[in-house]
Design a protein around this ligand. Structure first.
Ligand SMILES: [Zn+2]
Ligand SMILES: [Zn+2]
Length: 489
């Protein structure tokens, strides 16, 4: 399936134009001081977006996070493989029935010899920083194996996910952001030698904590034509500005929501976030790339496009979003069909510890220029007492606490429970020495450990995950799927 081509257009829930990319429906306007496509029907001025950077990031993310198996293969859209003998070392060969090219499937025993010690060491608590000396590998071999392992773990976990999702009827997601440190690439001799912070968006299952997708705003896929940067690059870059105040710490969640709206409205345009200090807002890859960081709004759309591609259409989705207008805009653009049909419901989510344990009545308020309905709920999970603020984004009907409480994560702070241990595992002090690519590989490996191995039982209840601890079983299972899913000759 290919990605949506045009991301401009109305993003207002309930408007007949919502999600419709037809440019004839909109008027170009600079009335609010920024270029926008005005929707006559609902009066909104969604900021104009460049489509190219979204598509470039979406494709880069697809290649990194949803790698095909086997990775060395023809470009045929849906190749049909047949067994084609073995190599002298006993690896299975396969032939594509469309183009007749022959490939060799990874050998489970050989790959396990290289990569099983990695998994074993990581499971006993060896951290990335200590792993190379623990395994006794040279830089070159270490880097090669790291790349291979992160690719294999993605291939295996995506195959488990696809099988499970095809049988799933209801899902609860939560999407949130954090900042990920990596090496800036700026020369150490200049004063600007600060680490970069990547704007990172993560989506997980709010009931099980299973992490589906982590992505960021680094555009790295330009090695092929480094001499000529893409013509959209200059316009799509992140412009480092004075950092915005961080999330409000007001003890009342509805006050937090109100202050977040004010922060968004105070920007030159809603999607012009300033997410880090200016000195952390630059990533340099080569002399042709002034800044490889793109505007977070483009990264958000790329993230949602990849999620949309992998979610079967039958699934009813309840989705708690971090309170950020362009994350909502990206979600409603990608999922407009299921939002309009009512199978996808979007909410904004705030929470705060209810430290005084004051249980006042649940409340309802309408907030913001967008007139969004918010609810304050008091809930306890296993750890603590919380206030939760839920903004209902895709329904006009009044909700009762009984209807809303089942939508909440089983652990209210499910996001922190993922990224805080991750930050201990890959501390900023170490990550600041690593390239963005290397950091993404470690992130991929941690996603896998968190989902399958650092828990009593995998976060998916499926016998499919029974190979999760064994490299040779993973490869055997992937090889088996490749052949059995192909047409028999
Ligand atoms: Zn509209
Ligand atoms: Zn082929």
């Amino acid at each position: 399936m290919s990605f949506r081509l045009n991301y401009n257009g109305c993003k207002t829930y309930g408007c007949r134009n919502c999600g419709n990319p037809n440019q004839d429906l909109y008027q170009f306007s600079k009335r609010l001081g920024y270029p926008a496509w005005h929707c006559d029907l609902c009066g909104a001025y969604p900021p104009m977006l460049l489509n190219e950077p979204i598509l470039a990031l979406a494709k880069q993310l697809q290649q990194q996070q949803f790698p095909l198996y086997p990775s060395k293969r023809c470009d045929c859209e849906s190749p049909s493989w047949l067994r084609y003998g073995h190599t002298p070392t006993g690896s299975q060969r396969i032939q594509c029935q469309c183009c007749m090219q022959v490939y060799t499937l990874p050998n489970p025993t050989q790959l396990a010899k290289r990569l099983q010690p990695w998994l074993d060491a990581l499971m006993t608590g060896i951290t990335p920083e200590k792993l190379q000396s623990h395994l006794g590998l040279t830089n070159k071999i270490f880097n090669q194996h790291l790349q291979k392992l992160s690719q294999l773990l993605n291939q295996y976990s995506r195959s488990v996910e696809q099988k499970l999702l095809s049988q799933t009827m209801t899902l609860n997601w939560h999407s949130f952001t954090y900042r990920q440190t990596c090496r800036s690439g700026l020369s150490a001799s200049t004063k600007q030698h600060h680490a970069t912070q990547l704007w990172t968006l993560c989506t997980l299952d709010s009931q099980t904590g299973y992490v589906y997708l982590i992505s960021d705003n680094a555009w790295l896929n330009n090695q092929g034509n480094a001499s000529s940067p893409a013509n959209w690059q200059a316009d799509a870059q992140y412009q480092a500005k004075t950092e915005e105040p961080s999330l409000s710490h007001d003890p009342d969640v509805l006050n937090r929501a109100e202050q977040t709206y004010q922060k968004i409205l105070a920007r030159s345009q809603f999607d012009q976030i300033a997410y880090c200090k200016p000195q952390h807002g630059q990533l340099k890859l080569d002399k042709h790339t002034p800044n490889a960081l793109l505007r977070p709004v483009y990264a958000a759309h790329a993230h949602m496009q990849n999620l949309y591609q992998h979610l079967p259409k039958q699934v009813t989705l309840n989705w708690l979003l971090e309170h950020e207008s362009f994350i909502r805009g990206a979600a409603i653009t990608s999922f407009c069909a299921s939002v309009n049909s009512g199978t996808t419901a979007l909410y904004y989510y705030h929470y705060a510890l209810n430290s005084q344990q004051t249980e006042s009545a649940n409340q309802q308020r309408t907030l913001s220029w967008w007139n969004e309905k918010w609810y304050k709920l008091f809930v306890n999970d296993k750890q603590a007492a919380y206030q939760v603020g839920l903004g209902v984004l895709t329904s006009q009907a009044d909700k009762s606490p009984e209807q809303l409480k089942p939508l909440l994560p089983s652990q209210i702070n499910v996001a922190e429970r993922f990224f805080q241990p991750f930050k201990l595992w890959l501390p900023d002090s170490y990550a600041s020495k690593l390239s963005a690519t290397r950091v993404q590989q470690w992130q991929t490996i941690y996603r896998y450990l968190h989902n399958y191995l650092l828990v009593h039982t995998p976060r998916v209840t499926s016998s499919l995950a029974s190979s999760a601890h064994s490299v040779s079983s993973m490869v055997a299972q992937l090889n088996n799927d490749t052949i059995t899913h192909s047409k028999k000759g």
